[in-house]
Design a protein around this ligand. Structure first.
Ligand code: AMP
Ligand code: MG
Length: 346
């Protein structure tokens, strides 16, 4: 389906009738169902192969819809919404009774987002109900940032995909919980910790954001504990200057005889290709994390399409929006990081 009045109305009908539609948003494509219908929401878990204990984000198209979904909206939540909604920010609060258990995965909180993309809001309006929507990928794969990637994963599993073009940000929303005494960042996104602190004053960063969870550790955000965003290839992040990186991968490629040089790829920044002694896939400009977030998941899928078995990734800065990029890449790499220069800050 296309982003036309007729197709948006049709998407609304499918959703009202308990069906599943993959929809564009400014972050990534979402797999949507009526958030107030537990049976419709259960189909999302089946289509994605998503673990049952991983809760979903509820999307609204008007700020007034928030009231009915949560127990109350405290002043700090209102202030955050005022500053960053509509936009790529998800806010968690204690849930109201109309939220089915399937959405909250048994937790007593609910995650809500008011997206900025016009097409997304028009689809929610057409459905006439809030929409529960996780990313529209098969569980574990990189999130889809265009309709083709969505169809690659969801063909035959859902009722429709609405093509709204490429997603602007390309990584999922920032997730912050206000259900704790001190607000806590559970997932970094395009709204940065600095921007959240401007409004909230205080903000803790959950240890799962930049680190690996310990076996059996209690998790604040269930999604963090799963293997995520992984291409088929084994990814290693290489931290160091471009010349250190080139020396390292040249050496690694020479020693590699198990999979053959043709299957080893560099995941690097725009404009570096000429200096790199391997096949390259690029993921944005070194000095511009928004171009990296826009490209990262597409680049990971491209590596699979080109048959990569081993990937050495240039390390992004973890500042600002870069924290979201680094967080996703770290999970794609299964936390495998090679440190070539102890004294560089990134
Ligand atoms: P996705 O929709 O696939 O981008 O995933 C949604 C993310 O938000 C996952 O990491 C979830 O674990 C997290 N999430 C959603 N609802 C809650 C909640 N009530 N409490 C904590 N984390 C949540
Ligand atoms: Mg996801």
């Amino acid at each position: 389906m296309q982003n036309t009045d007729k197709d948006i109305a049709r998407a609304g009908e499918i959703l009202r009738g308990g069906g599943l539609v993959a929809i564009p948003t400014e972050t990534v494509y979402g797999l949507a169902a009526n958030a107030l219908d537990g049976r419709a929401v259960a189909k999302i878990f089946a289509a994605k192969g998503r673990p049952q204990d991983n809760p979903l984000i509820v999307h609204i198209s008007h700020i007034d819809q928030w009231d009915a979904l949560v127990r109350e909206i405290p002043p700090r939540a209102k202030a955050l919404a005022q500053a960053y909604w509509p936009g790529p920010l998800t806010i968690i609060l204690p849930k109201s009774d109309i939220i089915p258990d399937e959405v909250s995965a048994g937790l007593d909180t609910v995650a809500v987002r008011f997206p900025s993309m016009r097409a997304t809001r028009r689809i929610i309006d057409a459905a006439g109900v809030p929409l529960a929507a996780p990313s529209a990928n098969l569980s574990g794969s990189p999130s889809p940032t265009c309709a083709r990637h969505t169809m690659d994963d969801m063909r035959g599993r859902i009722d429709a995909v609405l093509d709204g073009g490429e997603c602007n940000f390309g990584v999922e929303s920032t997730v912050v919980t206000l259900a704790t005494d001190v607000p806590r960042l559970l997932r970094p996104g395009a709204v940065t910790p600095e921007e959240l602190r401007e409004v909230l004053g205080e903000l803790e960063i959950d240890s799962a954001v930049m680190g690996k969870l310990k076996e059996g550790a209690k998790v604040a955000s269930p999604g963090m504990k799963y293997k995520h965003y992984s291409p088929n290839a084994e990814v290693t992040i290489v931290r160091g200057s471009l010349s250190q990186y080139c020396d390292y991968i040249r050496n690694a490629a020479e020693q590699e005889n198990a999979c053959g040089r043709e299957k080893i790829f560099a995941l690097c920044f725009d404009g570096e290709e000429d200096q790199i002694p391997l096949h390259c896939v690029t993921y944005g400009r070194e000095d511009d994390p928004l171009t990296q977030s826009h490209r990262l998941f597409t680049a990971l899928r491209e590596l699979d399409e080109r048959g990569a078995l081993k990937v050495y990734a240039r390390c992004p800065s973890a500042d600002g929006v870069g924290m979201a990029v680094y967080n996703r890449l770290l999970r794609a790499a299964g936390f495998s990081v090679v440190q070539l220069n102890e004294y560089r800050s990134r």
